[in-house]
Design a protein around this ligand. Sequence first.
Ligand SMILES: C[S@@+](CC[C@H](N)C(=O)[O-])C[C@H]1O[C@@H](n2cnc3c(N)ncnc32)[C@H](O)[C@@H]1O
Ligand code: SF4
Ligand code: SF4
Length: 309
Amino acid sequence: MTQKVYKEIYFEICGNCNAKCPFCVTGTGRLPQGGMIRVDFFKKSIDKLIAEKLIDKQSSVFLYNWGEPFLHQDLDKIIEYVNKKEINFALSSNASVYKEFKAKEVKKLQEISFSMSGFSQSSYDRVHGFRFEKIKQNIVKFAENLKKVGYRNRAKIFFHIYQFNLDEIVLAKEFAKTIGADFVPYYAFIADYEKAKNYLLNKLSHNEMRLAAESIVLADMVQKIKMMPPGYRCPQNEILVLDEKADIQTCCFLPKDHPDYYCGNLFDDKLRENLKAKTRKNECKFCLESGLSYCVHNVTIPEFSNRLH
Ligand SMILES: C[S@@+](CC[C@H](N)C(=O)[O-])C[C@H]1O[C@@H](n2cnc3c(N)ncnc32)[C@H](O)[C@@H]1O
Ligand code: SF4
Ligand code: SF4
């Protein structure tokens, strides 16, 4: 059988983050912060992916998973290399660190999104923990810079909808329009696998449950789980996820301390077997049957947000 070419790869170049998002496994500090990939190792990994025909010119490499890519001290060199190899790449950021792009750096930039946890200081205090004005200024600077250097697409604002920021959606939408960005509002979910599982099993601690109940639109999670179509298959089988050590992860979702996280390394002799192991993990049974997989792979853009202006 021929090896499949992955169209989507998540490659964690920087496993740490400076934000405090309470529903992200990195933001809570539940796990030790991850490391930063060395540039020479990143290059070697990209070369290996190409040589093994795991990626091609139609693939997109998302340079993040559970960390903040703009914290990587050599992001310029990483971006230079994917452009040189003519590999499409994507970035998602909390916008706490500004980087000026040059025209040659955005040639292969396919998507850049800025994740926002609201449109006020009080919402930022509850999630990212950053100074909101600074984040707004950075996003404006990014948008201006990207236009100036000829980025071919529009930047995206991923607006995470929480119970406490519903009346900020309209402000964020206006902001996105002003800077010429696409506005993508969707319900935030419990993005830490263990916490989401514990929620479904009624095993969250009192404090965790209270935090979730006061923040996440839980009705959306429950509703979505009910909508899971029969025969649903997890899309992670078609996605390759590598951490900063080029360890192959089962998926974007399972955290590093989970026994089913690891599927070997990109440089192992048994690479093909490692890749097959991705789809055969015990945890997948619960994740699929409970609807969790469906829930995290199908974010809801509420219809009412289209009617706001
Ligand atoms: C974990 S983040 C890492 C990249 C970067 N630090 C950021 O926040 O954009 C990866 C993706 O998850 C999304 N995300 C983070 N927390 C989320 C949540 N609670 N619900 C839904 N999506 C979330 C972000 O918008 C981002 O596109
Ligand atoms: S969601 Fe992004 S910004 Fe927030 S803690 Fe996680 S990695 Fe950092
Ligand atoms: S079913 Fe769940 S645990 Fe398994 S690969 Fe998909 S998202 Fe990951």
